[in-house]
Design a protein around this ligand. Sequence first.
Ligand SMILES: Nc1ncnc2c1ncn2[C@@H]1O[C@H](COP(=O)(O)OP(=O)(O)OP(=O)(O)O)[C@@H](O)[C@H]1O
Length: 518
Amino acid sequence: MEETGRERKAAGPPPWAPTKSTVFRSYAAAVVGDRAEAPSARGNGVAARSSNLRAVRKRPIVARLTRDIVQTFEKCNPEFNYVDSLNPKHFLTSPAVPVHNDGLDNANSDLILYVNLELVNKKSDRRYIVEEMLGQGTFGQVAKCWDAETNSYVAVKVIKNQPAFYQQAIMEVSLLSMLNDKFDPDDQHHIVRMLDFFPWKNHLCITFEMLGHNLYELLKKNNLRGLQLQFVRTFSRQILDALIVMKGAGIIHCDLKPENILITPKVNSAAGVKVIDFGSACMEGKTIYSYIQSRYYRSPEVLLGYPYTTAIDMWSFGCIVAELYIGLPLFPGASEYDVLSRMIEIVGGQPPDDLLREAKNTRKFFKHVGSIYPGNEAHDGLCSSYRVLTEDEVEARDSKKPKIGKWYFPRGRLDRLIFAYPWKNLNEGNLPETEKEDCLALVDFLRGLVEFDPNKRWSPLQASYHPFITGEAFTGPYEPFRETPVIPVGRAATVDHNPGGGHWLAAGLSPQVVSWKH
Ligand SMILES: Nc1ncnc2c1ncn2[C@@H]1O[C@H](COP(=O)(O)OP(=O)(O)OP(=O)(O)O)[C@@H](O)[C@H]1O
């Protein structure tokens, strides 16, 4: 399947498959920041009366000068008649042209958000006052809101007003409440906390704790030059912790990427991250969609159309760790063919023959060349019956050239890439001993993550004992312990019958109800 270009965006089943608004530009543009990033609009200072409290807290002078201003105007001019709804609105949603839902939604079925709009959980009467846009994504919009009850900021995800998005968001609510409540009740495992969810004007709203920048934004701030190894290690350790819990719960995230890992506010000046966006997640063994994961972070088995497990998140995790270190995506392919070709060139080898024999899309990328193909050193150095198609062969078959992106770092294998970083010291002889050991450990760590064979790819628990993570001296290639398969504890409560332990039923939502009438 040739894509229209959702490089860094999760693939998803219709109807959240690529749309015009999510069509991406070239990777070069992506690298310099021209990605489908949500506009970050700030409030324009038009303080409605309902937000006086916040104004006093944040802008004391403005608040004092405008205090009782309506009454003052009324005294000056008896004809003056203040009407709240006539206030100029500072729109955050783009486009802000009313089309659907009695003029509340735009043409994309997004609720038109503006500064000081109130989102209300009618059951609890809890109010969230919209302040600025944090992100506009496939499923809807995420706004920074003021929670008047707790006097704190929260992030509210306002899901698009369409049945399929609603259904998938219900899954996000269900899986995340299961993770939060059953698997991480004390908030120790680097998974975002969901605080509330409720219907508002035919939109499902999900409230999360307010977090900071995402890791892609952090890399951009650092001019895409990568992070210091100590941060790569700390963040990797924390993401692994989240992945261990997710695997224990039998949950596949399906869209792990730097944009979905957010920095937490500093506790005791320690850097921390949390995994967000369970909007594409599913239960292991209950996978429905084949078009998942963002292209740069898409695992070989998903590309090839092979049954997938939590191991796909470990592939994405490997891509993220490498990107944190080198500052650039490891496999920034302009098409699926390009991604696979880069995998083969950078990792070395190719997916094992038994996977290729059974995968649905093998013929899109490989040619069957018989039982022995001399010189085709494939997986584990064995000869393969499959050879990857050349660009010319793909062009001859599809009558168009496959899209091939630019290389932003020297071509070569993973070890060369890591050792050559920042591509000045072109051999490991130039590196000081300690750095050399760190790099060796990192390369060995990545080797177990970007492993073509999902059965051999390390599990999060296995990876968590690697010296790169533990900080122990690296003495040679890591051999993970044999992991005995465990039946995830959370499996008993299947998503079909009672996802999330019935939380949403309490909130008046159900998987069958796809819209609300107020
Ligand atoms: N808890 C949060 N705190 C701060 N910012 C957040 C939070 N949750 C989400 N965001 C911001 O909103 C963006 C979109 O959020 P999210 O990924 O959950 O939505 P989405 O519709 O699934 O997006 P996408 O289509 O990109 O996957 C994030 O990249 C992040 O910048």
